[in-house]
Design a protein around this ligand. Sequence first.
Ligand SMILES: [Zn+2]
Length: 507
Amino acid sequence: MKIGFKFGGQKKSVEDTQEEMNKNPSETSSTAEKPDNTNGPSGQNRPRTIGELKASGYKPVPIREEMRRNLIALIKAKRPIFKGIIGYDNTVIPQVENAVLSGQNIIFLGERGQAKSRVMRLLVGLLDEAVPVIRGCEINDNPFSPNCKSCRERVAVEGDNTQITWLSREDRYGEKIATPDTTIADLIGDVDPIKVAEGRYLSDELTMHYGIIPRTNRGIFCINELPDLMERLQVGLFNLLEEADIQIKGYRVRLPLDIILVASANPEDYTSRGRIITPLKDRFGAQIRTHYPVTIKDEMAIVEQEWQRFSDGDVNFYVPDYVKEVVAEITHLARKSADIGQRSGVSVRVSIANMETVVANAIRRATVLGEKLAVPRISDFPYIVASTSGKVEMEGFEEKNEQKIIDDLTKKAVLIVFNRYFQFDELEPIVKQFNGGFNVETSDSMSAKSYMRYVKEIPGMAKAVKKMTDAETPETVASVIEFILEGAHLNKRLNKTKVEGKTVYKK
Ligand SMILES: [Zn+2]
């Protein structure tokens, strides 16, 4: 089984990659953002044989030295190393840098949605732009010291004429999610029964079918959810790292690899007894604890960076700051809620998906009503049950309960955010208007224009709206009016009832 198997797949030489870049510059433009750690010749002038490589004076170095050298260069140049990672500047990032400077394997411990995978993948930016390998080698052999038998034989025959190719940094990264059914064959390799039947010597490496780790030789290999790996495989992994020696189906195979091993795990799984064999634990020089955004500001910054926007329709959108704050606050409250299981955590992806949902509901409304601007409102928030419930573990089992838990979190979040903007006495003139039977109906399907009369009818409303926004578009004003009414209700200044899909605020 190859669940969650992510790997570069077919290896591409740098020449191939450049051809692709010419074909489709937009797709590969992200690589231009990578730090320019060029060691040795680049582009068209790259040597193509071992002889040419020798003549160029190129000196291959072990991956630990390569990453260390490039990291030091980036630090000196004050260039960003983990681009797009927010909130880790004083916690996770210095620890990762220390691990790289120490040449250590790293394990990241953290709950879901703490950018572990992203940090792991960004380590690729510390590799050289490309390194030379013997052309056709399955395990990326160093041209000057080939490991596999087929390369050793080729170099013995072809000598300096042996062809080499250049492996790009993106192709030096392998990743696998550990599952209980991950096998030695997936990770390390298997002996090929057909070749064995051909009469080859059984412990001969030529009979090996390499797994993902040897194929990531001279690169970074990441294994996610390490505790889910069977103990037998953990022993295999340890032997590979420690002894460069592995037993497969009873045959000893020598496999000296030059690899940085990076892993991730949920902290509870990792520390619980018996889930990880101690010798393997010892092979991780650095154990780094990741965390959720500490501040609402960081949570909002991540959402702002990540949420998916589309610009294909004829409806524009605008998201008021208070909506962003409520979205972030709901997630922060969920991380402390007794109604939500905290073992696997509440991912930042909850915030991102909730943001997308409230904007989507606003766009849906604008489209139905023929409005040109979509602005999310409080009445859009009940829809986040769809983007929240699958990503958190509710302590209750009934569906009813789910909606209730999420509604309660939303109310608490709105109250916290509202009280950041408004003082109690600012509500007085607004609330006064509701004496004597005055009421206001709101709903996620009502047009923005239908709210506009309240700016005039309710004394103090114009001033309160002005405090939240300078915009005079009905869509934005309607959103702010809902926020103010809900804030007054949550501060126990107005009652609220639901009638036929509409919310009625009254005394
Ligand atoms: Zn080889």
